[in-house]
Design a protein around this ligand. Sequence first.
Ligand SMILES: [Zn+2]
Length: 296
Amino acid sequence: MLQNPSFKKTRIAPTPSGYLHLGNALSFALTAAMARRAGASILLRIDDLDRQRVQPAFVQDIFDTLNFLEIPWDEGPRDAAQFEKEYSQVHRMPQYAAALMRLEDKNAVFACNCSRSQVAAEGGEAYLGTCLLKSIPLETPEVNWRVYTSADRPLRMKKWPYNSVEARLPATMQYFVVRKKDGYPSYQLASVVDDHHYGVDLVVRGEDLYDSTLAQLYLATLLQDQPFLNTTFYHHPLLKKEGEMKLSKSASDTSIQYWRKEGKTAADVYTMIAGMLGHKEPVSDWEDLGALLLPG
Ligand SMILES: [Zn+2]
């Protein structure tokens, strides 16, 4: 049997825009279990650039949840105060601005003033390139910056543990946004810059972010970010709706804090998650859950 490959660093990257739910717990547990297998350290990276939706209570909930689930991390903030002071993404605005400037210098981006509803009405999930030929100046207030993408460009994704696949940017990611109308970098841009900044070489995330991974690889190609292009990815299965449970952040019965306040233990929560994925046996901790669910 082949040994698991080794990596330097992976990360847990929650967004404080709601109370964490069972799907987050699954993702954290698998990240921790994979880090253990790969000899990688774990960075806690809290993505707080969505200034409209971030709330202090949600930041605190991240620490409460990680502690409750006994998920370890080696690097990053130990508490909410240290997060604000040293690790908020706001502190890395100069790095995001530098990446955006490189894209601008390469004529890789164009301005788009379409509204969200306009985009949805025209293409649904996909942006059809409405502003491609409008030549809207990039410095115009309240415009998105979008990447001139090519659907033909081959992208190579290294997948855990060993293989590598060639893929194309999906239709939903054509002309993806790198700078939002509020002037903040998009999730795709900030994620690439941050993973590079911290030296992450293994990313564990849900299957729902598969298309985002492709957009990020596309961006890394434009930025000639070789370390990011060498990152290995593992996209884990998601928790499906099960019975009464609906996996949205607003549904209280799927939030970790709900179960914590109900007096459940971490083992109860891990067992519930395993059950939702069709495993009947009790699970005592994140290592157990990883052993049950991770391939290889
Ligand atoms: Zn547009």
